[in-house]
Write a protein that binds this ligand. Structure first.
Ligand SMILES: [Fe+2]
Ligand SMILES: [Fe+2]
Length: 239
C-alpha cells in the first residue's frame, strides 16, 4: 500500500465506524452502495454492445446482472429495516459518478479499435476494474465490522455480496483472457492503466464524500447518543 492509499484508508475506516454509530448512518452508507449496484455497475453491463457477445459471454452476463439485482434487493431490504420506511430513495447516479462514467465511456470508444473483439474488450476491462474496486470497498467494510465485534445483520449481508463480487472479478478476468489475443496484451495493459487512473481520481473524491457523510451524521446525532457511542470521533480519527 502506498502513502496515498494509507491516507485514504485512515479517512475511510473511521468514517465507516462513525456511520455505524446510528441506524441512520448505517442506512446512509448502504444507500451509497445501493446506488453503485443500481447505476454504476449495471450501466457498464447494460451497454448495447454486450448484445453482440458470444453465447458463453451472454450466459455469464445474464448471471452477473441477476447477481447485481439480488445485491440491490438485499441492500434495499436492510435499509428498510434500518429506517422503518417502505420507500428507499437513492436519487439516481451522483454527479461525481456521472463524471467518471462519461470519462470511462470516452476511453472505451477510443480504445475499441485496438482489439479484434472491439468495444466488448474495454467494456469488460472497465467492469473488471469496477468489480475489483467493489471488492476493495466491501472488504474494508467487512474488516471494520468484524473488528468492531458488535453483531449486525449488515456484516452477514456484506460478506455475501463480497463473495459474489470476488466471483465477478474472476469471471471478468476469464472473459478478457478469452477475448484478448496475445498481440493485444500490451494495449490491454495500457487500457487498464488508464481506467485505474480515472478510478484513483474518483477514489479521492469518494473518500471526501464518505468522510463528509460520516462527520455530518455524527454531528447531527443527539448529544447523548454521541457521548455513548463507542465509535471514535471522525475528526479525531483523521488527525
Ligand atoms: Fe454487486
Ligand atoms: Fe459485481
Amino acid at each position: 500500500m502506498n502513502v496515498r492509499d494509507v491516507v485514504l484508508e485512515a479517512i475511510k475506516r473511521p468514517a465507516l465506524r462513525a456511520l455505524h454509530a446510528t441506524p441512520r448512518g448505517e442506512a446512509a452508507i448502504l444507500r451509497v452502495y445501493l446506488e453503485g449496484e443500481e447505476h454504476a455497475e449495471r450501466a457498464v453491463l447494460m451497454d448495447p454492445v454486450t448484445e453482440t457477445s458470444p453465447p458463453w459471454l451472454a450466459r455469464w452476463l445474464v448471471k452477473h446482472r441477476a447477481d447485481e439485482a439480488r445485491h440491490a434487493g438485499m441492500l434495499r431490504a436492510r435499509i428498510r429495516t434500518l429506517t422503518g420506511r417502505a420507500q428507499v430513495a437513492t436519487g439516481g447516479m451522483d454527479p461525481i459518478s456521472r463524471w467518471k462514467m462519461r470519462r470511462l465511456a470516452r476511453l472505451a470508444e477510443n480504445c475499441a479499435p485496438r482489439f479484434a473483439a472491439g468495444l466488448l474488450v474495454p467494456i469488460l476491462a472497465i467492469a473488471w476494474r469496477m468489480e475489483q474496486m467493489g471488492v476493495k470497498v466491501f472488504r474494508r467494510h467487512v474488516d471494520v465490522l468484524r473488528a468492531r465485534g458488535t453483531p449486525t445483520p449488515t456484516l452477514h449481508l456484506l460478506e455475501k455480496i463480497l463473495k459474489d463480487e470476488r466471483g465477478h472479478v474472476a469471471a471478468c478476468e476469464r472473459a478478457l483472457g478469452r477475448l484478448v489475443t496475445a498481440p493485444e496484451q500490451n494495449d490491454l495493459a495500457m487500457l487498464v492503466f488508464r481506467i485505474d487512473r480515472i478510478e484513483r481520481a474518483f477514489g479521492v473524491l469518494g473518500a471526501a464524500v464518505l468522510f463528509t457523510l460520516g462527520v455530518t451524521l455524527w454531528l447531527v446525532q443527539p448529544l447523548s447518543a454521541r457521548a455513548s457511542s463507542t465509535s471514535p470521533s471522525p475528526t479525531r480519527a483523521v488527525t
